[in-house]
Design a protein. Structure first.
Length: 115
């Protein structure tokens, strides 16, 4: 009779463990679904257009410094590195290109399009 009780206790523990695993899986699945939905809907429906502004390079300025000046004037969120990259691309600057005082740089600003 004692052996039967032990088996019953073990089944009870196994059943409890299975219920916990099911609950954990459901919680994980729900959190994963909510996270995926959040990523899908962030920025969903937001349209941007590129507005090109002109910046005249001053003495001692770098593309990085110029990007920090203009970054707050655009609506689309991006890192400063991405913005610097965009400035390099639109102005056809290579990795070893230099800018000089008086140079005119195109600054590509991403602004929201009003619907």
């Amino acid at each position: 009779m004692m052996q039967m009780q032990k088996k019953h206790v073990q089944c009870s523990k196994t059943g409890s463990r299975k219920r916990k695993m099911k609950k954990s899986f459901k919680t994980f699945f729900l959190l994963s679904a909510l996270t995926a939905a959040a990523f899908l809907f962030i920025g969903c429906g937001t349209n941007y257009r590129t507005v090109k502004e002109i910046h005249t390079v001053a003495e001692g300025q770098t593309v990085w410094e110029i990007a920090t000046i203009w970054q707050s004037k655009q609506d689309k969120k991006m890192t400063i590195g991405e913005f610097v990259h965009n400035i390099y691309q639109v102005n056809h600057l290579g990795g070893k290109s230099y800018i000089y005082p008086g140079d005119k740089l195109i600054i590509p600003l991403e602004v929201k399009v009003d619907d």
